[in-house]
Design a protein around this ligand. Structure first.
Ligand code: CTP
Length: 131
């Protein structure tokens, strides 16, 4: 049986930390589905507008070789629904979320992967803005 992996994120100002988590997530199964946070959700989550729109962020993530399918994550409360909708066997999240999704363990395997050190969208935006 093919194993489906699901992961979520904003993936704004796409960087190598994003690429690495997506590639590592893909290695946990045969098919990788990525939920890209909607602009409105990002506003709530990070208290700022994303630099790139949800359509642009979905186009970038969807073009990656490791990614089989992308969808718009409209609410943080719907993780359980998305896992069921896509028949995910594994949920992969960065360890900035460690423990936060353990309640999904009745539905699928839950894996937290270490973040790539020293890079984030927030830091990049600050670096670009401040020169
Ligand atoms: N991620 C990672 N390593 C990094 C940055 C992000 O593994 N250096 C992972 C996160 O753990 C998450 C996914 O990439 O699973 C999407 O993260 P996102 O929040 O979109 O990126 P950040 O760079 O963390 O953005 P921000 O600075 O706005 O919080």
């Amino acid at each position: 049986m093919a194993r489906t992996v699901i992961t979520f994120g904003t993936f704004d100002v796409f960087h190598v930390g994003h690429l690495r988590i997506i590639e590592r997530a893909a290695s946990y199964g045969d098919r990788l589905v990525v939920g890209v946070s909607a602009d409105a959700l990002n506003k709530v989550k990070k208290d700022r507008e994303p630099v790139f729109s949800e359509r642009e962020r979905m186009a970038i993530v969807g073009a990656l070789e490791a990614v089989d399918e992308v969808f718009l994550e409209e609410s943080l409360e719907l993780k359980r629904h998305y896992i069921e909708q896509f028949g995910a066997d594994v949920l992969v999240m960065g360890d900035d979320w460690a423990g936060r999704f353990d309640e999904m363990k009745d539905l699928c395997e839950v894996v937290y992967l270490p973040r790539t050190p020293a890079i984030s969208t927030t830091a990049l935006i600050e670096k670009i803005a401040n020169g």
